[in-house]
Design a protein around this ligand. Structure first.
Ligand code: DHB
Length: 490
């Protein structure tokens, strides 16, 4: 009798488990609610389908997404030259500080963009918006930390797979025109999604959570100040900041979702600290490690010129970075900005003719003590991101550490640089990368290296460093959506 009940329970378990698979991923059209918001003085009507599970075997509550569809498409109308059939799908993530990312529902008054947020602007311009919530480094269920690396990218990929699974059920949106968007850690995530399409190493993780069996490559990736390439970001940071020993901590470290670093954010708090002798010592080791890393990448500029550094950190790669700041300052100057008080650029007859990278770090100030990311005492958000299921932080860079490192395969899975150019990976065709000229969150060299490697492998990259911008994103939404139109209508 006991065995009989056990068998019944077992079979019941099997049935409930299998019934919780594939068909649960089917999009249900009946759940939509009509909403109206105002964007730049215009009413935007859309249908919201909210909090839909995008995996069959969810862990925790994060793996849900919302779909927002411009109402016109349900009436067979067009917007901005798009129809229900060819409207691009905007896929913004709300990750910041490698913390859990919330669904980015359309809102009228967003702190980051200072008005309608990216999701609402996207709808107003005829894009379908699908935004997933995503596990982060503090996500836990019963004390088990289920959101450490590589959970965030696994979830973002699962959302892409859910979209493709529902290509014929979604009332609008072209599943071959998916465009990711994110800022900071979310920008890193967006870049990673763009760079790792269909890479096999994520498969076991995707299968475990019951992601749809579909492709996860995307069309285009928009990345604001990506805090990426973490295993080399410390060396890149010291290549710029070594010699500046005072640093100013920003609010985000207390509240990872506050973007106090943004120059436009009034709550920014600056509190000066001085690096310890040990931090100053490792700063030099990291700075000296950077040229070998750059030279190993064999990057080339748009004219095919090899970008390298000598052992003192000088050379064609440095000139390339200087040129990015020149372009940034020139565009501000052309726009009427007053720059004569900026001591690290040289202007002659209305032209920015030189940048002094020695003066630059003292002027913008250092934000993070060395090492900027992989901390000696394991105290950074990134150490936490690479932590264990029991929440013990770990190292992830071998320049200084050989103990207590995260699994090298997982470290590799968080770095888009490892995937670009691989024959078994489909990279997004288009990238837009922005990193403010006053951003101290990571070295400009980091997004520049990413842009160059993508470009060297035939990807169309729009890379720019907006003048005076600190750490932030979504500050130029008209330009972002113009860019999206330009690549989608090519
Ligand atoms: C973020 C900022 C950082 O300086 C960092 O190291 C990681 C993440 C962020 O704002 O997402």
């Amino acid at each position: 009798m006991k065995n009989f009940f056990a068998a019944v329970i077992f079979i019941f378990g099997l049935v409930t488990f299998s019934s919780a698979t594939a068909h649960d991923l089917d999009f249900d059209l009946s759940s939509g609610v009509e909403k109206i918001l105002t964007c730049n003085g215009r009413k935007v009507k859309f249908i919201a389908y909210e909090n839909i599970s995008y995996v069959a075997n969810p862990v925790g509550d994060n793996q849900k997404l919302s779909v927002y569809i411009p109402a016109e498409y349900l009436r067979g109308e067009t917007i901005n030259g798009y129809s229900a059939k060819n409207a691009p799908i905007f896929l913004p993530n709300g990750v910041g500080g490698y913390m859990p990312g919330k669904i980015l529902e359309p809102v009228e008054n967003d702190r980051m963009s200072g008005g309608a947020n990216a999701s609402l602007v996207a709808l107003s311009r005829g894009l379908v918006v699908i935004s997933p919530a995503i596990r982060g480094r503090t996500t836990q269920v019963d004390g088990v930390y289920i959101g450490k690396a590589p959970a965030l990218i696994v979830d973002y990929k699962a959302a892409v797979r859910w979209i493709r699974h529902n290509r014929d059920r979604l009332p609008a949106g072209d599943v071959e025109k998916i465009i990711s968007n994110g800022t900071s850690a979310g920008g890193a995530l967006s870049a990673l999604l763009g760079a790792t399409g269909n890479a096999p190493e994520y498969l076991p993780y995707l299968e475990k959570i019951g992601a749809a069996d579909e492709r996860d490559d995307i069309f285009a990736s928009s990345d604001y100040c990506p805090i990426t390439n973490l295993d080399n970001a410390d060396a890149a940071y010291e290549w710029i900041f070594c010699g500046v020993n005072e640093y100013f901590q920003a609010m985000w470290q207390m509240n990872p979702n506050a973007r106090a670093e943004d120059a436009n954010n009034p709550v920014a708090v600056k509190k000066a600290s001085v690096m310890t002798a040990e931090e100053i010592r490792v700063s030099k080791i990291l700075r000296d490690a950077f040229p070998a890393y750059v030279n190993g990448l064999k990057l080339r500029d748009e004219h095919g010129k090899l970008l390298t550094l000598d052992k003192n950190g000088n050379g064609s790669f440095k000139n390339f970075i200087k040129q990015k700041y020149v372009e940034s300052a020139q565009s501000a100057l052309d726009g009427g900005a007053y720059l004569s008080n900026v001591d690290w650029i040289k202007i002659r007859n209305g032209r920015v003719v030189d940048v002094d990278l020695k003066k630059y770090p003292a002027s913008v100030t250092r934000m993070k003590a060395a090492p900027a990311f992989d901390k000696l005492d394991l105290s950074s958000g990134e150490n936490d991101e690479f932590g264990t299921e029991k929440n013990s932080p770990r190292h992830f860079s071998t320049t200084l550490f050989n103990d207590n490192l995260a699994d090298e395969k997982i470290i590799a899975m968080l770095n888009p640089m490892n995937f670009i150019g691989r024959v078994d990976v489909t990279t997004a065709k288009f990238f837009r990368i922005r990193h403010g000229a006053a951003d101290r969150g990571t070295s400009l060299a980091i997004p520049a290296i990413l842009a160059l490697k993508l470009q060297n492998h035939g990807v169309n990259v729009n890379f720019f460093s907006p003048w005076a911008r600190g750490h932030g994103g979504d500050y130029d939404l008209p330009e972002l959506f113009d860019w999206i139109d330009s690549v989608c209508k090519k």
